[in-house]
Structure formats: C-alpha cells, structure tokens
Design a protein around this ligand. Sequence first.
Ligand code: HEC
Length: 163
Amino acid sequence: MRKLFSVIFFIFLFFNLSSCDQESKSDRFDHLDFRTKIRLRQYLGEGKRLYDLHCANCHQLDGKGLARLYPPLKNSDYLMANRADVICGMRYGQKGEIKVNGVVFNMEMPPIPTLVDLEIAEIATYIYTEFADSVQIVTLHEVGEIMQMCQNDSLINMEIKNP
Ligand code: HEC
C-alpha cells in the first residue's frame, strides 16, 4: 500500500513538473495573437524536424555545437547579428573565418541547395526561437527578399537589421 502511494505521488509530481515547464514555454508566446501563436507553433514543429534532419549532426540537437569544429547556435552572438548571412548560408553554405562568442571558427559549412524558402523560414524560426531569445516568425516574405540578395559563392555581408 505504501509503495502504491509513493508511485502515485511520483506520477503526480511528474505531471505537475511537466505542466510547469509547458506553462513557462507558452508564457513566451502570450503576447502574440491567437493566429500568430498557431502559425508560430506550426513553424516551430516543422522547423525542429528539419533542423534535426539537416543541421543537428554538426550543431547538435541542443544547438551547442561541437568543440572547435562546429560553432554553437545556442546563445550565439553571430546568429543574432547576421540574420541575412545565416538565412543565405542554409542554402548556399558558409566558409571563411568567423567569430562566435569570441571563438574563431574556420571550417566549411556545406550548402543544402534543395531547401526551399518555406523550409528555410521554418528552420530560421526554430533556431531564433529555440537558441536565441526571439519569439517571432521568420516569414516566407523575409526569406524570399533575402534570398534574392544571396550570392552563389559564399558569403556576403549584408546589413539587414532585425525587423
Ligand atoms: C557538415 C556540418 C554542418 C551542417 C550539416 C550545418 N552546419 Fe552550420 N556551420 C558549420 C560550420 C563548420 C560553420 C562555421 C563556418 C565557418 O567557419 O565559416 C557553421 C556555421 C553556422 C552558423 C553561423 C555561426 C553560428 O554558430 O552562429 C549558423 C547560424 C549555422 N551554421 C546554422 C546551420 C543550420 C541552420 C544548418 C541546417 C540547415 C546547418 N548550419 C548545417 C557546419 C555545419
């Protein structure tokens, strides 16, 4: 009987904790209107699936990167400051020396030419929401505009500020 009680207690505790976690996540979306919230969740779901498939072997599922080989996306100052380069880099790849949170990286990130604009928008929404503190959809429109400016050879330095 005692055992049963402790099992019930732990199940109760578990559900309580997980609901707290849910709450703090959705708090971040509270200021958004209903439609935006739904769309953001769709982008995030699809973005996570695509990130896990295309990006996580190098940058890792938790976005923390891999030693000096693959830079972190989580809390990356580069990610926040170079939105256009990041968006172009997904389709066209990236090379040359960059500094991420004070650490120099100089490896080549291969292009993924098959990614369509919508997939790039979904991945971008996911990485900016999950690994940076943005709570905002990276729209198809924004990706379309940036894509027109990407050059085929690697990377450009376009100064596009966050909207
Ligand atoms: C084969 C490994 C590999 C894959 C797969 C890969 N990257 Fe990268 N990524 C790199 C490397 C290496 C760099 C550093 C490039 C350099 O030195 O210029 C980089 C740089 C970056 C940067 C800028 C630096 C930073 O940490 O903020 C971002 C953002 C990024 N990648 C996002 C992605 C996304 C999103 C995907 C999936 C669509 C992806 N990468 C797939 C290896 C990879």
